[in-house]
Design a protein around this ligand. Sequence first.
Ligand code: AMP
Ligand code: ZN
Ligand code: FE
Ligand code: FE
Length: 279
Amino acid sequence: MADFYADLHIHTLYSDGVYSPRDIVDNSIKSGIFVIAIADHDSVSGIDEAIEYAKNRIEIIPAVELSSNIGSCDIHILGYYIDHHSSDFLNYLEEFKKYRFIRAKKIVEKLCRAGIEIDFEQVKQIAKNSVMGRPHIAEALMETGYVRSISEAFSRYLGYHCPYYEPKKEISPKAAIEKIKKCGGIPVVAHPGMIGADSGLLYKLISDGILGIEVWHPEHTQRQEDDFYEIAMKHDLLMTGGSDFHGYPRGHCKIGEYGCSKSEVVYLKELACKKTAQH
Ligand code: AMP
Ligand code: ZN
Ligand code: FE
Ligand code: FE
């Protein structure tokens, strides 16, 4: 049985995950979990497929993980119960996807100039029609034999500290939060521990309009979870958790091994209903 009631952070191959929405649904049902959120990077393309295929065998929450940044610090904002058919929102995502494509091309060009010769056509084949990200380039580096694992690709060639790094399109957390709210979603800061977020940054995000904190995440330490829990309690914020499952062979945990309990999902739904009533 799954350890948790809900896993509110799962990726599919519509961004940089390995599995299709159908595979995610099958795996989630097998795991024994009751609720999952499909939360792809800057994409909502996997949501309907998952909902239709699930046919109420498991509850699917429509979600997204928007990229935003403050300078060179990437801040991911999860949006739960967004209207994933909103044309405004879909236009924004389509635009962002184009930028991501150009950015990936730039990274590949930089690598080639430095003698690390991977073919952008290969990256395109790996990414297919998904939102292109660094993991797709990492896979090409692996296939070409430059590295032996995705994490080696990140530490040697693709990390922020590397000379080949290229930022994504600039968007402030505040703007991302507002985009999510505008299409009826509940904005939650994703894995703040992974960006070393201190209380100062969290207070800034609270004043920007964040309604929740992803407290439980496989990359968080116990200490970080305790700190985020306290801040969330103090500010009456929603607390969420999830596996951030991508399906890579090593590293992150499996679906349902990380998540949150029923009471958090109930609170999330209350917030979403309030939001709908305000519209
Ligand atoms: P991007 O959105 O293109 O900047 O790529 C970021 C994504 O790459 C993250 O969401 C993770 O899925 C993945 N990632 C980042 N760092 C690592 C790492 N060290 N090892 C494996 N995957 C990583
Ligand atoms: Zn990812
Ligand atoms: Fe993330
Ligand atoms: Fe994620």
